[in-house]
Ligand binder design. Structure first.
Ligand code: DGY
Length: 418
């Protein structure tokens, strides 16, 4: 069974491979996406190390002069996606979007390097300054007292998460006008964000474009600025890995160390005692979102061992047939099929489980892996899964689901230590 799924996963990754980068899935997402690509590199590293490095190196061809690594790189023309390069109106070559995405790349670079340090060294030497510049950009442009903020829900990777609801209400959509979504031609609408979300996504894109993606202006007056436990924990972990790579290369570590201690104190600001969990904060109002979502459980991944989150983990995983649901199944507005408002995501299971295992919570890590194995065995390499009945949702033959199967979920990945 697992050999068949391993073969299928490799076939999916090869099928989505455009030579130097991988699309998340044919049709729905026809370009290179930032964190998808980092996951793809991790998947490739289980069977083609050379291709893994190329994936990461191609991602950085999209890096801006200010260090930002965009969430989409539009390498080739494609009519099938909205909003495409013309809508973003950025000036980079190749064309890109104007926002970033969760920085898992440093952590995966380190994992890939560790598999074969000798062959990887030249790649690491090339990538290190680029990763450093990207992390510096986060610190300069997305840092609010050590909490890492997103300026668009798409930047978090969790487009319609409940975390954003309160802040999204304040986004003015009066200038948005007509547009045609392409996603609904590929995926059932009840699995995707709604029109009221999309109008706001577009209003925020237009606001960025209209100021020429000026970060100072976006920080001061942007329509959306919310701290994200996901971004914050992922960047904290990424900085710890960057630090280890700096040591390997004999680079100065002081700047990275200062980022780590700043974010460690930012993490404490994201603790919402009212819900006993890490939570998002709307920077414009100072209000917590009040929601327990799957990224609250990335604390261990960031090296933060909070016993209260272990209790939350037990409660939330007991409330779902398959874990980790993207939103608390006991919340009134939990929606098992709708994108980031309920479904399970194999990639986040991977990150949470890596953290749990690092901190010695082996049974909990194993629970997430077993659930992921059941979901993929039952429903294939879907983009995400319904946590109540395990049915597939979103795009199929998805690169990152195949990648985490090969690198982590597959029983063979465990025995071979991939
Ligand atoms: C989409 O288009 O749905 C993406 O999530 C934005 O990156």
């Amino acid at each position: 069974m697992s050999n068949t799924l391993d073969n299928k996963a490799r076939e999916i990754m090869r099928g989505n491979d455009k030579g130097t980068y991988t699309v998340p899935t044919a049709g729905l997402y026809p370009y290179q996406w930032n964190w998808d690509s980092a996951f793809a590199a991790l998947g490739f590293s289980t069977f083609d190390m050379g291709r893994a490095w190329v994936e990461l190196e191609t991602l950085f061809t999209g890096q801006w002069d200010n260090g930002m690594v965009p969430h989409i790189i539009f390498h080739e023309k494609s009519s099938g996606y909205f909003p495409g390069p013309d809508v973003w109106g950025t000036t980079h070559t190749p064309p890109t979007s104007g926002i970033s995405q969760p920085p898992v790349a440093a952590t995966f670079t380190r994992m890939i390097f560790d598999k074969d340090p000798e062959a990887g060294r030249a790649h690491l030497v090339g990538l290190f300054p680029k990763l450093l510049a990207w992390h510096r950009w986060f610190f300069e442009c997305r840092n609010e007292s050590g909490m890492i903020v997103v300026t668009h829900p798409w930047e978090s990777g969790r487009d319609n998460a409940p975390d954003w609801d309160e802040a999204m209400k304040n986004v003015d959509i009066s200038g948005v006008g007509e547009y045609t979504r392409n996603d609904l031609g590929h995926v059932d609408p009840h699995m995707r964000p709604q029109k009221e979300d999309y109008d706001r996504y577009m209003a925020i894109v237009y606001a960025g474009r209209d100021c020429g993606w000026d970060e100072a202006e976006i920080a001061e007056n942007g329509p959306f600025r919310v701290s994200d436990p996901g971004m914050t924990f992922i960047l904290l972990r990424a900085n710890r890995d960057l630090l280890a790579m700096a040591v390997t290369l004999g680079e100065d570590t002081s700047e990275i160390e200062s980022w780590i201690s700043a974010i460690e104190s930012g993490v404490e600001r994201m603790w919402n005692p009212a819900i006993n969990s890490y939570d998002s904060v709307n920077i414009r109002t100072g209000l917590f979102a009040g929601d327990i979502t799957l990224v609250s459980f990335l604390c261990w991944y960031a090296g933060v061992n909070n016993p209260k989150m272990l209790e939350q983990f037990d409660r939330v995983t007991n409330a779902a047939m398959f874990s980790m649901p993207s939103y608390d199944p006991e919340a009134e507005d939990f929606e098992p099929f709708r994108y980031w408002r309920g479904p399970v995501w194999g990639i986040v299971n991977t990150l949470i489980a890596i953290g749990l295992a690092d901190m010695g919570h082996i049974e909990k890590a194993e629970k997430l892996r077993e659930d992921t194995v059941k979901l993929i065995s039952k429903s294939g390499f879907a983009e995400y899964f319904n946590p109540q009945d395990g049915s597939p949702a979103g795009g199929m033959d998805f690169t990152w689901t195949a990648a985490i199967w090969l690198a982590w979920a597959s029983p063979n990945a465990q025995t071979e230590g991939n």
